[in-house]
Design a protein around this ligand. Structure first.
Ligand code: ADP
Ligand code: MG
Length: 324
């Protein structure tokens, strides 16, 4: 079972950034108002994600770290229209199989917190925590030298973490996010409401004064909506790391979507191939399969041609408005 978990972990836990992503997603699913991420040495030494969400009851701690145990869906039908970021029930188990993981949590109605460290004991023990959940991950891949070897320098791993953090911080404006690396506060973003607040967050996270060069997008057609910001063509020079796309608030990487955007820029970009953008596509949950990949980063659209053309036309219209 340990071996099977480690094999599954290979698909979910590629590097420290994948762990940060999975843990932040869990915090979002738990209804957190704030999420604190603390990283040491690019995540190679320590990753801590703490939230003020619903927490986990003492008797459910063991289940939370068990493979294929999820509290988020209870049927195949529910998977058809899943709204939570998690649904596979394998992240905590996978992470625990390749590291020393400690899960500490206090359920909202509990009078104290409990912790579990699956590597040393399956029994929850009393612990100190005011509210919410705290997951600490140490000794990543320590028992799997072959995997450890594939990790890059801490600075590179941290760059990946930063991207994962940004991606989720841009997925929900009503939630606060804090990121620490080696004792330094790298980012602190307060919960925000209203269009100005959103633009500020986008500017802060993407940097390079993106906000000053961004054009708003907001289009609807055929039950789909595309909103967000795209950079004016002049701003788009070699910014492959400044592309953020979401489907129903889930960060995704999708060829169909990306191609639609790039095609809209086609004649405007000349040899600059990476437009910066933050785009949110919303559509009926049944029109998209989110269970296309273990890391949940890829999706499959039921009508990909329709999505492609809608993205292409919407971005094209926003760009045309700038040109005019
Ligand atoms: P999934 O997110 O797909 O359900 P995970 O392995 O990521 O699977 O988490 C397993 C379970 O642990 C979740 O279904 C949830 O019940 C619980 N859990 C994990 N993290 C948190 C958290 N931060 N707050 C509350 N519950 C959590
Ligand atoms: Mg999860």
């Amino acid at each position: 079972d340990q071996l099977i978990s480690q094999i599954a972990a290979g698909e979910v836990v590629e590097r420290p950034a994948s762990i940060v992503k999975e843990l932040m997603e869990n915090s979002l699913d738990a209804g957190a108002g704030w999420i604190h991420v603390t990283i040491e040495h690019g995540g190679l030494r320590r990753i801590v994600v703490a939230d003020d969400g619903n927490g986990i009851a003492r008797d459910d701690l063991g289940l939370a770290v068990a493979r294929h145990a999820t509290s988020k869906i209870d049927s195949l039908d529910a998977l058809e229209s899943v709204a939570s970021l998690g649904f596979r029930g394998e992240a905590l188990a996978s992470i625990a199989s390749v590291s020393q993981l400690t899960l500490t949590s206090r359920a909202v109605d509990a009078d104290r917190a409990y912790a579990i460290t699956p590597a040393t004991s399956a029994e929850p023990r009393p612990a100190a925590l005011d509210r919410g959940t705290r997951v600490e991950v140490r000794e990543l891949f320590a028992r799997i030298p072959a995997r450890r070897k594939f990790l890059r320098a801490p600075a590179t791993e941290f760059a990946h973490i930063r991207k994962a953090f940004n991606q989720l911080a841009l997925s929900r404006f009503d939630i606060g996010f804090v990121l620490h690396h080696d004792g330094t506060e790298v980012a602190r973003i307060a919960p925000a409401h209203g269009p100005d607040a959103m633009q500020q967050r986008v500017d802060k996270l993407i940097g390079g004064a993106f906000g000053d060069h961004a054009v708003a997008v907001d289009e609807q057609a055929a039950g789909m909506r595309l909103s967000g910001w795209i950079a004016t063509p002049g701003f788009s020079r070699g910014q492959a790391d400044r592309q953020y796309s979401y489907v129903n608030h889930r960060p995704i990487r999708d060829k169909v979507f990306n191609h639609g955007v790039r095609l809209a820029y086609r004649d405007l970009l000349h040899n600059q191939r990476h437009p910066a953008y933050v785009l949110y596509l919303t559509l009926d949950a049944r029109q998209v399969d989110v269970n296309a990949h273990p890391a949940k980063a890829e999706v499959r659209f039921r009508e990909s041609r329709l999505v492609h053309d809608f993205v292409f036309r919407s971005v094209g219209r926003a760009l045309a408005a700038v040109e005019a």
